[in-house]
Design a protein around this ligand. Structure first.
Ligand SMILES: Nc1ncnc2c1ncn2[C@@H]1O[C@H](COP(=O)(O)OP(=O)(O)OP(=O)(O)O)[C@@H](O)[C@H]1O
Ligand SMILES: NC(=O)c1ccc[n+]([C@@H]2O[C@H](COP(=O)(O)O)[C@@H](O)[C@H]2O)c1
Length: 339
């Protein structure tokens, strides 16, 4: 449910170009800046913003993206240059129409901004935050931003985007997707909001009909395609590749790079995979938000199936329908020798 203090109208001005807002105050403050401050000081703004939408099942990340962009345009009269979702707050079992709160970092760049970029010093930011009179949710977010270095990477990426003059930005990600679940979907949608094109590698692609890899490459590909289609992601935004295991790290990395071909940034929430890809000289993105890992993880979902527990809430609706079609639930149970 919506936490009360999220809606509290509080804010704090912590630097002349860096603000923490909650809810309603951002417009007022921004206007004030425009009236009183010199042009340079309004050229860059990083903000952590809060918003909320009604939960409508099946939950769709793209509706949040849409909402953020719409609200931003309404309030600021400008298109959002870039945003990054930082956090959701929601009920474990949200009811139809209940509130879902999200926090995000937003970046507004006035035109011709890049040469006057103002760097945010980490220590200074920490000190300011120790004293800032903002609510505890804002503090939590900004701690996250500072600790993870989110803001600086965010800025660098945005600037690169601008400087590349709309050059295609290509991301890459690897997963086994046994099965593809809501955590995977949220992760991919979050990445798709930052890149123009995403290369999705399906790992352990040669395996199927085993306990850890019950579904074939083609079936897993189908999970992804159907889920993204339900989210209205055009098929020209991504490509899916089979990535067989080789059981030899060096050869596997070489093969992955060979199969993927060109990409600008690799994403993984798995530190080990990130590290080995980074060692090969590739640019690796920050770890993303982990969506309710207790429930949204392949191992847990396969166990749930074995215990005959419902999994409808754990996977996208389109995956569940497809699983039913291919008798996937029975297959997993059989592989665990339960039926
Ligand atoms: N709930 C989640 N939220 C965000 N990212 C996730 C979540 N679950 C998995 N991921 C990330 O998705 C990518 C693909 O993971 P993978 O297919 O191996 O998923 P998994 O659910 O962890 O699988 P398993 O438990 O079967 O090993 C990895 O980078 C992983 O860290
Ligand atoms: N040597 C290898 O074959 C090798 C090494 C690292 C990852 N992988 C694969 O990469 C995929 C992604 O790994 P995680 O599921 O651990 O994120 C998996 O399919 C995994 O088997 C294979």
């Amino acid at each position: 449910m919506l936490e009360k203090d999220v809606l509290k109208k509080s804010y704090s001005r912590i630097r002349f170009n860096l603000f923490v807002f909650t809810e309603e105050n951002q417009l007022v403050l921004l206007k004030k800046m425009r009236d009183n401050d010199d042009k340079e000081s309004i050229q860059t703004n990083i903000m952590s913003l809060t918003g909320y939408i009604h939960y409508i099942s099946p939950f769709s990340y793209s509706s949040i993206v849409h909402e953020i962009k719409k609200k931003f345009k309404e309030k600021f009269g400008e298109d959002l240059v870039q945003f990054r979702l930082i956090e959701f707050i929601y009920d474990e079992n949200p009811k139809e129409g209940s509130f879902l709160t999200y926090y995000y970092l937003a970046l507004i760049l006035d035109q011709n901004t890049t040469k006057n970029w103002i760097k945010v010093d980490e220590n200074e930011l920490k000190n300011v935050f120790a004293e800032a009179a903002c609510d505890k949710n804002c503090k939590k977010i900004w701690k996250k931003v500072i600790d993870n270095n989110l803001s600086r990477n965010f800025i660098t990426n945005s600037l690169q985007n601008q400087n590349q003059n709309k050059k295609l930005r290509i991301g890459a990600i690897i997963g086994r997707f046994q099965p593809f679940h809501n955590g995977h979907l949220q992760l991919i949608l979050a990445i798709l909001s930052e890149v123009d094109f995403l290369k999705i590698g399906i790992g352990s692609s040669q395996y199927s009909y085993t306990m850890n890899n019950p579904f074939s490459y083609d079936e897993r590909k189908e999970f992804v395609v159907r889920s993204l289609k339900s989210e209205k992601i055009n098929s020209d935004r991504y490509e899916i590749y089979p990535l067989p295991d080789l059981h030899n790290m060096k050869k596997w990395v070489t093969q992955v790079l060979d199969i993927f071909g060109n990409f600008n940034i690799f994403y993984s929430n798995n530190d080990w995979i990130s590290q080995i890809i980074q060692k090969s000289g590739k640019n690796v993105g920050n770890k993303r938000h982990i969506f309710d890992f207790k429930r949204f993880n392949g191992t847990f979902i396969r166990q749930q199936i074995c215990e005959n527990a419902p999994i409808e809430d754990l996977v996208p609706a389109s995956v569940f329908i497809y699983l039913t079609k291919i008798d996937g639930i029975k297959r997993v149970m059989k592989l665990f020798q339960i039926t």
